[in-house]
Design a protein around this ligand. Sequence first.
Ligand SMILES: NC(=O)c1ccc[n+]([C@@H]2O[C@H](COP(=O)([O-])OP(=O)(O)OC[C@H]3O[C@@H](n4cnc5c(N)ncnc54)[C@H](OP(=O)(O)O)[C@@H]3O)[C@@H](O)[C@H]2O)c1
Length: 259
Amino acid sequence: MGENTYPWKSVWITGASTGIGRQLALSLAASGVKVAVSARSAGKLAELAAGNPGVTAYPLDVTDRAAVAAAAAEINDAAGGIDLAIFNAGTWHPNAAVDLDGAKAAKSMAVNYLGVVYGIEAVLPHMRQRGLGHIAFTGSVAGYRGLPKSCHYGPTKAALINLAETLSIELNREGICVTIINPGFVDTPMTEVNDFPMPFLMTPEDAAGRILEKLPRKPFEIAFPWPLVRQLKFTQMLPPALYVRLIRRFLGSKAKPQR
Ligand SMILES: NC(=O)c1ccc[n+]([C@@H]2O[C@H](COP(=O)([O-])OP(=O)(O)OC[C@H]3O[C@@H](n4cnc5c(N)ncnc54)[C@H](OP(=O)(O)O)[C@@H]3O)[C@@H](O)[C@H]2O)c1
């Protein structure tokens, strides 16, 4: 175990059984940070904890508000305060607009958005009591603008970006910092289902490395990889009507004239 060069003694990560969250936990634990890991897969979390001193498993479903509150209280007590919480659990299934499904949309919103809200709700009183703390959560560049196949996922990530802005404005004066993490494509179990090209696909190691390099500086946003982020951020400057017209033309879809 290396010397802890991070500004946190204790970190809670949700969505830590695989992918980006698991890699964040491994990197932090290797530096001597105490890491509490959560996800539904208790077996995977137990394996992670068994192989890495300083990692403790708190299995839960982030859509279970009471379970999230109980875990936060337990982790806070055990660690003497949560310095950094990374709410990273998420779910994605590509769906075309013609397959829009209310039940799938509700499930996506419950995990990706409410799962984060429940986590923040649970750590906030503890952080406010201490007058310090850092709350980070994983959005996506897919939250910048409406994208194809993203009718269930995209709105959850757009909501998180909006939430981060709201919270950052108000919590900063309480000594609590908020960071939104917006990755591009990362090669994890989540993206295994994708049957379309994923430009600038990164490894979870690379993604976690970029997050942990920037997070200590407490930025409002961490977004990567830059070549993809730059293009998508440019589209954010376009008025919505112009954006959809350009994307339709780019994708070659012939929209029916509106009456
Ligand atoms: N991969 C990408 O290209 C990409 C791009 C942009 C943003 N992101 C975001 O990055 C985050 C991490 O994704 P990833 O790529 O690392 O995918 P992943 O490997 O599939 O990880 C998703 C994690 O979320 C957990 N999870 C899912 N539903 C949960 C629930 N109801 N309760 C608790 N935990 C739950 C999963 O664990 P269990 O199944 O064990 O519960 C797993 O640990 C997500 O928020 C995702 O939207 C990913």
